[in-house]
Design a binder for this molecule. Structure first.
Ligand SMILES: [Zn+2]
Length: 162
């Protein structure tokens, strides 16, 4: 199976690329152009639909988890101070603030995951770092106010509150 290493928008402009760490083999996504805040980086599609989360999926509902296309978007790393967001209603990958060409693109995993398949210890280095990342259901009230969430996660958070 071929792996799409770059994301190309409708104008055939390369917007992002995978970089692979030669030592750890870890894949990360980097921007290939600059973006304003709240700009569509690229529209995405579901390559596969799965009933349960994996480390590559983004959550659409309780029982729908999608693998992303372009596939390289699946390599977007988590940050507790993210610069991107997956809008799963509009199916758009969005910049949360201005991004420079060559910056790593990151998103806050719990913004699109209620209860993650694999919790992990974050080392993003941001002052806001939460440490253990497990999913939106485990976030405190002040953290919930700090982040943007998908419509699905937002609804779940509202339901728990009421
Ligand atoms: Zn962190």
């Amino acid at each position: 199976m071929s792996f799409v290493e770059t994301a190309v928008d409708q104008d055939q402009t390369e917007v992002a690329e995978i970089r692979i760490d030669p030592i750890t083999n870890h894949r990360s996504l980097f921007s290939k152009k600059s973006f304003r805040g709240n700009e569509v980086i690229i529209k995405f599609l579901a390559k596969n639909v799965l009933p349960a989360p994996t480390y590559l999926t983004v959550q659409i509902s309780d029982s729908v988890h999608i693998e992303l296309f372009p596939e390289c978007l699946g390599c977007t790393n988590h940050s507790c101070e993210p610069n991107c967001f997956f809008d799963t209603t509009r199916m758009e990958f969005i910049s949360l603030r201005p991004i420079l060409e060559g910056e790593e693109l990151t998103f806050f995993y719990p913004s699109a995951e209620w209860d993650m398949d694999r919790a992990f210890q974050c080392h993003c280095g941001s002052e806001q770092c939460l440490g253990l990342i497990k999913g939106a259901r485990y976030l405190s009230e002040d953290r919930i106010g700090y982040y943007r969430f998908t419509d699905f996660i937002h609804q779940k958070l509202q339901a728990v509150k009421s």
